[in-house]
Structure formats: structure tokens, C-alpha cells
Design a protein around this ligand. Structure first.
Ligand code: CS2
Length: 482
């Protein structure tokens, strides 16, 4: 296909242009972990603020691993399109908020210099759950992880902690202003967690640095599947940075900035006193449902989210999980209608115009399920409540990490999880027990529960009997009326 490469001079008709003149010389924000999500979320809110006249807030984006995003974006002046997909057809918009992309392993010093630049006031992060090197079952820093050991040695950093520590040192030495560190990952209390883990890293390093940063909690939401070659081929211009997403987006940020910030609220961001209820609802209702659709959906032979929610059995299971098991763990909060939220998210999942692969969501489950399912399960257990839908999802996760379908398991703990299956020779009761006690994923309250480990073993045994639909039907059958 002979189409021009996206550039300032080749923006096709029908693509909403930038609403401001770019100044790529100044960045007020450094973003760690440039991927599709950041480009479809925080960069869009920043673009809105730039268009509203908040100059100087461009983004220096950092890839902590691969050069691919830099190689895609730099030849097109870091311009790219966001394509919103719905039944109404695609809506495309140009984004110019990213000034430059650095590849950390190639130029660690440039990354530290960017973070230490006095013009930078905010560091945003989307490094995925595993980028925080936390113990999944607890919240401590994985001091034994080779990357953390490496960063503690003072060599050129590899993790967010090494980079942030080096930047804080330099900012202190050079008298730069305070920093707001904004975690935008799907973790419970993401800002507090970042603060705690960074504090643990700095304490272990043994060299104090003056505390001149804040870590507000945030809730981020937008469904952004990985861009495919077909997506790129369907665009009106050759855009190597294209991201496809849904029309919906939400960003709730705790009002605890250390210094100035762009007016992200002009793009719809909510700046609030307490993010916790928003974050819990999002993790337990949206992300928790996503993970259930992923593991149970793959087991039932589905490929995409929209197919999985169209399967009546799976839809019934999901309703059970959302309404009967997750929602009762959410305390009433002003301005939050959980029923309406759940209905809206089921409509968002049912979006065939935006195919979202279940195996993408299934990745890194060991890092995701503690805050998506296990926290709610142990809370229910403490109140004497059973969680059959969650248990089935959890059993499906265990089947998934056993590699049953011959699919590669994409998870930092894949080796450990596969070893549990091997050592236990696939015996469901033994596998369930060892997953709970040895995987490092389950919190103490789960491991020590008088009911949960046994209930999980029973559910896994029934699931492996080979009739998942029968098991779903048994769980979702309406209660007999007597
Ligand atoms: C998904 C999330 O991949 C996953 O695990 O659950 O990325 C989800 O699409 C976003 O959190 C939506 O905001």
C-alpha cells in the first residue's frame, strides 16, 4: 500500500488536527514506560491541556526496555493518531504531546538528566504490575530480584527505583524543585505502593535523600488492545505509532501534587481528595471481570473479549462475580453507582469494533489477581461468605498457568508455576494446595483460611473433570425458591 508516512504535512482529512502550536523544546513531564496505554491515555489528557493553552507540558517519554516505540515515533516527529472504535465507526485524532522518546538501556544518563531537569515537575509511570518488583502476596520490594540487586549496586539503573533514586539525588544536588510521581498502573493504592517501595529501596541503599516528592494515588481507565498490522493497514496514513482504543476514558487523581501540573481536567480528569473507592471499583469490577473473561474464556475456546461476553454461560458467570461477589465488597461512596458502573462496563466489553485479545489480558496473572480477585475473596471469607464464581476463575487461572492448552504462559512467575504442576504431577488437589502455599501469589489470609484452600482444590478438581460448562451452570443456576 502506497501511503505517505504520518508527518506534520501529511495529516489526512477527517483526522482531528492538533489544537496548538507544538514546542518540542520543553518537557514538563517525563513518562516512564511508553506503550500503547500511555499514548491513548495520559498523553491525550496532556494534549487537551496543551490545546487549552497550558504551554510547556510536553512529555519526554522513556522506554525502559525495547527501542521499538522510539523507532516508530521519532521518524514521524513523535506525532501519532489515536483511533477510537465503536459501532459508530472510527474517530481519529492527532496527538502531539510527546516531544521525544528515550530508550533507557541505550542512554541511561540521558534518562536521569531528563528526570532531573528543573523544568520537569511530574513523572508519570505505566510500567505494568511487574515493573514495581513487589512481592505479589505482600507489598514488600523484591530485594532478591537480580534487577533490584543490580540497581542497589549503584550501576547504571535498570528499574524505576534506580532511575528515580538517581534523579532525586541529582535534583537535590542541583536544587531542582519537588517532583510529583504519578503511578498510572492497575495496583491497589498505586501511589502509596510506589512511595513505600521507593522508600524501601532508598533505605536499603543507605544514602539519604531529602524527601521532596509526592506520590498521589490514581485510577486510570481506557481499554487499549495491542495495535495490529491490520489496524495500521486500515489507517488513512502510514502511522507506526497508531493506537486503537474505545471512546471511553477516565482518570481520577488524588489532589496531592508536589508542584505545578497541567490542567488535565480540561480533558475530563477528576482531581479528588480520595481515589480509593474509584480504584477499588475499577480493579474489582473492570479488571477483575477482564481476568475472569480471559482465563475462563480461553478455556471455553474464545479469542476476544467481545466473543467471551457474548457467550451466555460466561456472561452469567460474570454477572454472578460482579453482582453477588465483587459489588458487596465495595463500600458505598458518594458519586459512585456500582450497578450503573457494572452495566456500563459490560457494554464497553461488548465492542466488536475493538477486538481485544484474551491472551493479552491473561498475561502476568500472578501480578494481577491479588488485587483483582484475592483481596475481595479474603474479605468475603472473613465475613463467612463463599465465592464460587471467583473460585472458578481462580481454578481457570491455575489451568492456564499449567500450559494446558499448549499456549505459552506469559508471566514473570511462569517457571515457578509450571514447576508446581510438574512436581505435583497434575493432581488437582495437590496442585491447588501447592499453588496456594508455594507460588508466592496468595496472601496469608487466603493461605490460612479454614475454607478457601479446600474450596479451591474442590473447584479445580471439578473443572479438570472436563466439563467447564456444567460447572458454570451449577454455579450460576438460580437459587431454588422454597
Ligand atoms: C486489562 C487492562 O490487560 C489487562 O489486564 O484488564 O489493561 C484493562 O484493559 C485496563 O485496565 C482498562 O482500563
Amino acid at each position: 500500500m502506497n501511503r505517505p508516512r504520518l508527518s506534520p504535512g501529511s495529516v489526512p482529512a477527517g483526522v482531528a488536527p492538533l489544537g496548538y502550536a507544538r514546542d518540542r523544546a520543553t518537557s514538563g513531564i517525563v513518562h516512564l514506560g511508553i506503550g500503547a496505554f500511555h499514548r491513548a491515555h495520559q498523553a491525550v489528557y496532556t494534549d487537551d491541556a496543551l490545546a487549552a493553552g497550558d504551554a510547556g507540558w510536553g512529555i519526554t517519554a522513556v522506554s525502559l526496555r525495547s527501542p521499538s516505540t522510539r523507532d516508530a515515533l521519532m521518524p514521524q516527529d513523535c506525532l501519532y493518531m489515536v483511533e477510537e472504535r465503536s459501532a459508530a465507526g472510527p474517530a481519529r485524532r492527532l496527538i502531539g504531546a510527546i516531544n521525544t522518546v528515550l530508550v533507557a538501556p541505550e542512554a541511561p544518563e540521558r534518562v536521569i538528566a531528563a528526570l532531573a531537569d528543573p523544568a520537569v515537575h511530574i513523572v508519570t509511570l505505566t510500567v505494568t504490575e511487574k515493573g514495581y518488583y513487589r512481592e505479589p502476596a505482600g507489598d514488600g520490594l523484591l530485594f532478591d530480584d537480580p534487577a533490584i540487586v543490580h540497581d542497589l549496586s549503584g550501576a547504571a539503573p535498570r528499574t524505576i527505583f534506580g532511575y528515580l533514586a538517581a534523579a532525586l539525588d541529582r535534583r537535590q544536588a542541583e536544587g531542582a524543585g519537588p517532583l510529583t510521581l504519578l503511578s498510572c498502573d492497575n495496583l491497589s493504592g498505586n501511589g502509596d505502593l510506589l512511595d513505600r517501595l521507593l522508600g524501601a529501596f532508598l533505605a536499603r541503599r543507605g544514602r539519604p535523600v531529602e524527601r521532596r516528592w509526592t506520590c498521589p494515588n490514581t485510577m486510570v481507565d481506557r481499554i487499549v488492545p495491542r495495535t495490529t498490522a491490520a489496524d495500521r493497514d486500515g489507517a488513512p496514513v502510514d502511522d507506526h505509532g497508531l493506537v486503537v482504543t474505545e471512546p471511553f476514558r477516565q482518570w481520577v487523581i488524588e489532589d496531592r501534587f508536589a508542584g505545578p501540573r497541567p490542567r488535565w481536567e480540561v480533558g475530563g480528569a477528576q482531581i479528588v481528595a480520595d481515589v480509593h473507592p474509584f480504584e477499588l471499583a475499577k480493579l474489582r469490577l473492570l479488571n477483575g471481570s477482564h481476568s475472569t473473561l480471559a482465563y475462563v474464556g480461553l478455556l471455553l475456546g474464545h479469542t476476544y473479549v467481545h466473543q467471551a461476553v457474548a457467550d451466555p454461560a460466561l456472561a452469567a458467570l460474570l454477572r454472578r462475580q460482579i453482582e453477588d461477589e465483587a459489588m458487596p465488597t465495595l463500600a458505598p461512596a458518594a458519586g459512585l453507582d456500582y450497578g450503573a458502573y457494572a452495566d456500563a462496563l459490560l457494554r464497553r466489553f461488548d465492542n466488536p469494533a475493538l477486538p481485544h485479545r484474551l491472551d493479552q489480558i491473561a498475561s502476568d496473572g500472578s501480578q494481577k489477581i491479588p488485587q483483582r480477585w484475592l483481596a475481595a475473596m479474603v474479605e468475603r471469607d472473613a465475613r463467612g461468605l463463599a465465592s464460587p464464581a471467583y473460585l472458578l476463575a481462580l481454578a481457570a487461572w491455575i489451568v492456564h498457568v499449567g500450559g494446558a492448552a499448549g499456549r505459552p504462559v506469559d508471566d514473570p512467575l511462569a517457571g515457578r508455576l509450571a514447576a508446581i504442576w510438574r512436581v505435583m504431577s497434575g493432581d488437582p488437589r495437590a496442585v491447588a494446595a501447592a499453588m496456594v502455599s508455594e507460588s508466592g501469589v496468595f496472601p496469608d489470609a487466603f493461605r490460612n483460611s479454614a475454607t478457601l484452600p479446600a474450596a479451591l482444590a474442590a473447584t479445580l478438581t471439578r473443572l479438570m473433570d472436563g466439563d467447564p460448562r456444567g460447572l458454570i451452570a451449577a454455579i450460576t443456576a438460580p437459587a431454588p425458591i422454597d
